[in-house]
Design a protein around this ligand. Structure first.
Ligand code: ZN
Ligand code: ZN
Ligand code: ZN
Length: 256
């Protein structure tokens, strides 16, 4: 069965262009320098699994012409990864069943807080319903026949999840990983990983650290995501990377 990963967005929390910013990246004409908030779409045959529903979720679903969703996997509860969840309404109305969402218990209780109106006994008509599926880093899931393994990484102090889909691993907002979690992804074929910019950051890998992380995992191919405008223009910075590592861009589709 055909399987693909689509980069729905590859930008950090403010997106690129940043509102009101005069830098050369925010004014670049190259479409690869426009980045919506980071999210992914895993397609197995005609089934879709969405990773994160940030503020650009609606635009991302329209651009990719997504017609149905099997499940949503959350990496963590920051707004740039969950706040677009209300826009699952068209899927909920069409599919006529609660949309299954997966994430750490803490993350799902945050989702419940921020979207408390989904859970009212007598909700306002038109509110979407979701089915909360708390998961742990040890769990192994199967959605649409695809096995999925959560991977725990640290986002500063915060434990959050990445996901392994056989030979493809998606990790965003990581700063560190423990040795036992690293073992779960070592030598994978495709590693998608966050790389913020060139400077030190308390909760995100910068470019240098992201390259070290890739070297520790030793994948055949790595793609960077969750980039800041301070990373520089795609065409300029791409030249600085070794051939097996590349900067991803919105709309890029890779088969796995
Ligand atoms: Zn983020
Ligand atoms: Zn800028
Ligand atoms: Zn975050």
């Amino acid at each position: 069965m055909k399987r693909s990963f689509t980069f729905l967005g590859t930008g950090t929390s403010q997106g690129i262009p940043v509102i009101g910013c005069d830098c050369e990246v925010c004014h670049a004409k190259d479409p690869k320098d426009t980045r919506l908030r980071s999210a992914g779409l895993v397609t197995i045959g005609n089934k879709n699994i969405v990773i994160d529903t940030g503020p650009d979720f609606r635009q991302q679903m329209l651009t990719q012409k997504v017609k149905s969703i099997e499940a949503i996997l959350f990496t963590h509860e920051h707004n740039d990864h969950i706040i677009g969840l209300d826009d699952i309404r068209p899927f909920y109305f069409r599919q006529k069943k609660d949309v299954p969402v997966y994430g750490l218990e803490r993350v799902l209780s945050e989702v419940k807080n921020r979207f408390d109106y989904f859970f009212k006994e007598k909700p306002y008509p038109g509110v979407p319903r979701i089915l909360l599926n708390p998961i742990k880093k040890e769990d192994s899931l199967s959605i649409a026949g695809q096995s999925i393994q959560p991977i725990e990484v640290r986002h500063g102090q915060l434990p959050i999840l990445g996901y392994r889909f056989d030979n493809l691993v998606y990790i965003t907002d990581a700063k560190t990983i423990s040795d036992d979690q690293l073992k779960k992804i070592i030598n994978c074929d495709i590693l998608i990983l966050n790389a913020l910019h060139h400077f030190k950051h308390h909760s995100h890998l910068n470019l240098e650290e992201a390259i070290e992380f890739v070297n520790a995992v030793n994948p055949k191919k790595a793609w960077f995501t969750h980039m800041s405008h301070m990373m520089g223009k795609h065409s300029n910075i791409s030249k600085s990377l070794p051939s097996h590592i590349q900067f991803a861009y919105d709309g890029l589709i890779i088969d796995f």
